[in-house]
Design a binder for this molecule. Structure first.
Ligand SMILES: C[S@@+](CC[C@H](N)C(=O)[O-])C[C@H]1O[C@@H](n2cnc3c(N)ncnc32)[C@H](O)[C@@H]1O
Length: 292
């Protein structure tokens, strides 16, 4: 493995999390521990909970952060179950939460995980073992569902025809290359790479029920925050960002959260040059209101 993940907007995360030494914080998407490592380095006594539902991320980060063992608890779990995870840890509230949404570089580029249109592998796309793999989902899906996935999660042109083809071939889609081949029949030249990306991302979101989890996770996060605690969310997809934006607005209307940036925070040119996968990152930050 070359690199597990390259964290984005690191300095911005540190700044907006407003870390205090006596605080306790939750990194809900710990991945390769890039953000968490930096947050540990920049604090002396603050304590952290790191959650990820991918056991490979947890075991990698466990080793990486072994020097900080006394300040970190790592938990394998779905952030949609944040309330249950906190209860099990006997933690009632935290001073800040970070959600760095989407998938890690490791997940996206490891052929055996089946996310990549560049590597041959079984068509799995499971971020966690309990997720039903994509090839099985495809077999049980109807044409309308496939159309909606491609249209709503991928904004794929020609979604009608593509969903029909995928539906017709659904029992023969075993590998990433089988899916790639269908996309190749529909798009040529410059459009091919763009649409391979869109189709694979759309199926990844669907397989892992990402939008549902984000909504549940954020709704639980707001109930677990100390007054003036920070909620920092980084998204990489317009659909993800829309959920975050709308929930932040809803929390603000209920006087639960104050939005600290009305305009999204994006990586600067240098960061995008260094790490092209950062280009779609959008960060939103809110502060928990002090209840009366
Ligand atoms: C972009 S990566 C995070 C990278 C991390 N910030 C770092 O610096 O290494 C997103 C991570 O979120 C995890 N994830 C996605 N959905 C999740 C969910 N519902 N519950 C828990 N973890 C989730 C993925 O497994 C992945 O490891």
């Amino acid at each position: 493995m070359e690199k597990f993940h390259e964290p984005v907007l690191v300095e911005e995360v540190i700044y907006w999390m407003n870390l205090k030494d006596e605080g306790i914080y939750c990194d809900c998407t710990v991945g390769g521990g890039g953000h968490l490592f930096m947050m540990l380095q920049r604090t002396k006594n603050a304590r952290f909970i790191g959650i990820d539902w991918d056991p490979e991320a947890i075991s990698f980060t466990q080793k990486r952060l072994s020097n900080f063992r006394n300040r970190v608890i790592l938990c394998e779990g779905n952030y949609a179950d944040l309330d249950v995870i906190m209860k099990e840890l006997n933690i009632k509230s935290v001073n800040g939460l970070l959600f760095d949404l989407g998938a890690s570089l490791y997940q996206l580029t490891t052929p055996q995980r089946g996310f990549s249109f560049n590597h041959s592998g079984r068509l799995l796309m499971q971020m966690a073992p309990q997720v039903i793999p994509l090839y099985k989902r495809l077999r049980n899906a109807d044409k309308r569902t496939l159309y909606n996935v491609l249209k709503n999660y991928g904004n794929v042109p020609n979604a009608e025809r593509l969903s029909r083809l995928i539906f017709e071939h659904r029992y023969n889609l075993h590998t990433t290359m089988d899916l790639r081949q269908i996309v190749e029949e529909n798009f040529k030249g410059r459009l091919l790479k763009k649409n391979l990306h869109r189709v694979f991302q759309a199926f990844r979101i669907w397989t892992n029920e990402e939008f549902k989890n984000i909504e549940q996770g954020l709704k639980k996060a707001i109930t677990l925050m100390e007054p003036e605690g920070r909620l920092v969310v980084i998204s990489y997809h317009s659909g993800e960002d829309r959920i975050v934006k709308n929930l932040f607005k809803e929390f603000e209307k209920k006087d639960l959260l104050k939005r600290l940036n009305k305009k999204v925070i994006k990586p600067n040119i240098d960061e995008v040059r260094r790490n092209p996968s950062a280009r779609s990152a959008r960060m939103r930050v809110g502060e928990r209101c002090v209840s009366l």
